[in-house]
Design a protein around this ligand. Structure first.
Ligand code: SF4
Length: 389
């Protein structure tokens, strides 16, 4: 009797929900090729490291895996085929490179293949070229039949678009995930129906900015917060809301610069979650301008007041950067004041660190001493935590 042992894969994911959704899709691809999941990469045949570039710390974690691979090699143990995916690869490939691929290759000699977030479906070809799957498995592979493998049995993250065109000056995403490309409505709805048939009932729609889903480049920069302009994303929410068996719809993230009345209106739908994540980044208008954000502090406060008016039970989450270049004590205090005016249930407060190749790293000197950044971080965190009591 023939005994067949399937090949194994492991995926380590760093970063945000978009990466998590990509990892689930890569797991789906590998499982459709006959691979089985293992949590221990030392047992795996294929090890995917899905990286994040948002902070240096996240990149350092990925670099750190090289030490573990070296130990395996030194001990003469089996080393899996290693694929580096995600934003670190996106930053050095594609149309918007922050630095050269060779630089990443030099720092990660233990990696066998690199794929950026737009190249996930190249995996079967890469595995075939490296003799990890045979011609038959490759020819049977149908990208239209791949759905993300989910660890949860009720809730699914669904990427509705990839990339970003906003170029906030501190941010790597427009480089690491490339130009914003919306998936079609049919693809999104088909994916939701696929999961409904398998008993999933809660969906989080993910994008760097869900509000601009389905908009052309020129329309996207025409949209103004608080205007009566129609948003395809609001229609998408309405359409998903009508699907029977969908119980809850979440979305991540919305920006405050293109949140129109149409979208505010859609929030009233009962299946739309009571949590809204909207990054404000700073409580000072001059800093927001240097960050290339297209909203003012008063735009943000007005918007919050209006969404809370239509959905009083709503809980808000936000992202803040302290210690942006040139941030004075008075400008920082404006951010502290914002926390007195707006109740944030969730706040991701980060210390600014320049990311190579971004506009803020090129244009501004990182002139706030680390101790001052840390002290501002601690003060703001305390104000936020006190507000939760
Ligand atoms: S909207 Fe700004 S902060 Fe968000 S991903 Fe795009 S560039 Fe980055």
């Amino acid at each position: 009797m023939n005994s067949y042992t399937p090949q194994k894969y492991t995926i380590t994911t760093f970063g945000c929900q978009a990466n998590l959704a990509d990892s689930n899709t890569m797991a789906g691809i590998l499982e459709s090729l006959g691979f089985e999941k293992t949590d221990d990469f030392k047992e795996s045949d294929v090890y995917i490291v899905n990286t994040c570039s948002v902070r240096q710390k996240s990149e350092d974690k990925a670099y750190g895996l090289g030490r573990e691979i070296k130990i395996l090699k030194d001990e003469g143990k089996k080393v899996p085929f290693i694929v580096m995916a995600g934003c670190m690869v996106g930053s050095v490939t594609g149309e918007r490179q922050r630095y050269a691929l060779e630089e990443l290759q030099k720092k990660t000699p233990w990696v066998n293949a690199y794929i950026n977030p737009h190249q996930i479906f190249n995996l079967p070809q890469i595995l075939f070229e490296n003799k990890l799957i045979n011609d038959w498995a490759k020819s049977k592979f149908d990208p239209n039949q791949v759905y993300g493998s989910q660890s949860d049995n009720k809730h699914v993250f669904i990427n509705i678009s990839l990339g970003c065109d906003n170029f906030c000056s501190f941010c790597v995403v427009p480089y690491s995930r490339g130009a914003e490309i919306s998936r079609s409505k049919d693809e999104v709805i088909n994916e939701i129906n696929h999961y409904l048939l398998r008993g999933f009932k809660e969906f989080t729609l993910c994008a760097q900015n869900v509000n601009s889903w389905g908009l052309s480049m020129s329309d996207k920069f025409d949209i103004r917060t608080g205007s009566d302009q129609k948003l395809p994303f609001a229609d998408l929410l309405r359409e998903i809301h009508q699907i029977e068996n969908v119980e809850k719809i979440d979305f991540l993230s919305s920006n405050p610069f293109d949140f129109t009345n149409d979208l505010i209106d859609a929030l009233k739908l009962p299946k739309i979650s009571n949590y809204l994540h909207m990054a404000v980044q700073s409580g000072n208008d001059d800093i927001l301008k240097k960050m290339n954000r297209r909203h003012s502090v008063s735009d943000f406060i007005d918007l919050v007041n209006r969404v809370v008016e239509v959905k009083p039970q709503l809980e808000l989450g936000t992202d803040i950067i302290v210690g942006f270049p040139g941030e004075t004590e008075a400008q920082f205090l404006d951010t502290m004041k914002l926390f007195e005016k707006v109740a944030f249930k969730v706040a991701f407060i980060s210390i600014y660190s320049p990311r190579k190749g971004t506009p803020s790293a090129k244009l501004y000197k990182d002139d706030i001493p680390l101790e001052v950044k840390k002290e501002r971080h601690a003060r703001l965190t305390k104000v936020w935590k006190d507000s939760l009591k």
